[in-house]
Design a protein around this ligand. Sequence first.
Ligand code: AP5
Length: 208
Amino acid sequence: MNVILLGPPGVGKGTIAAKLAGHFNYPQISTGDMLREAVKSKTKLGMDAKSCMDKGMLVPDSVVIGIVEERLKKPDCRKGVFLDGFPRTIAQAEALAKIIRIDKVINLQADDSVIIERLSGRRTCRKCMAIYHLVNIPPKKQGVCDKCKGELYQRVDDKQETIKKRLDTYRKQTEPLIGYYRKKKILVDIDGSMDVEGVLSAALNVLE
Ligand code: AP5
């Protein structure tokens, strides 16, 4: 079973993908995490991607398709995968269709006010990339990851101006994927503004 988590920035794709991946024991493939890892390691890919990411723009299709294609060749992807943040454009969706069959697309939706509140309060672990929220999903100890004791930080692209730009990019380049997958009759809408348990149980109902 290969599943895509689709939706605007901050709607909860990463949070739900991590829980689903744990539940089904499939890998979670997050292009955002892969790119941030490359930025951290200062690889050529990371250096090239950083300026797009900091501005809330998409990294070029050819770059992202290349890294996802490589990742999907790994043996742990044979049973199934949860794709989080990919595809983001029709060109990426078409390239993906040539690599694997997609069985379901979970489309998470929420109002901009919910998204802005979630992104402004998000904190991410520098070490294991676990996601928290200052109010909704706080760590046990302020600033410290519950799982690996790594330092929690605020992403550069979670600043107010960049959030607006990311929402804009989403509307122009990613939202058309909703119609693309709806036509294929594999897309299911879920209200992303519910709490984590609510979203997770709706997603599990769809997948099980
Ligand atoms: P990426 O990391 O993919 O960012 P995004 O899509 O903007 O999504 P986010 O990670 O911001 O949000 P999310 O929906 O995963 O929400 P989360 O679970 O964290 O991409 C970053 C950048 O990389 C892009 O801008 C682009 O430059 C580049 N990039 C990545 N993929 C690319 C691609 N395919 N092509 C080209 N460029 C690409 O949750 C958000 C917050 O809300 C957290 O604090 C969380 O704790 C909280 N929360 C989550 N769910 C709930 C809930 N149900 N109730 C209450 N709080 C919740």
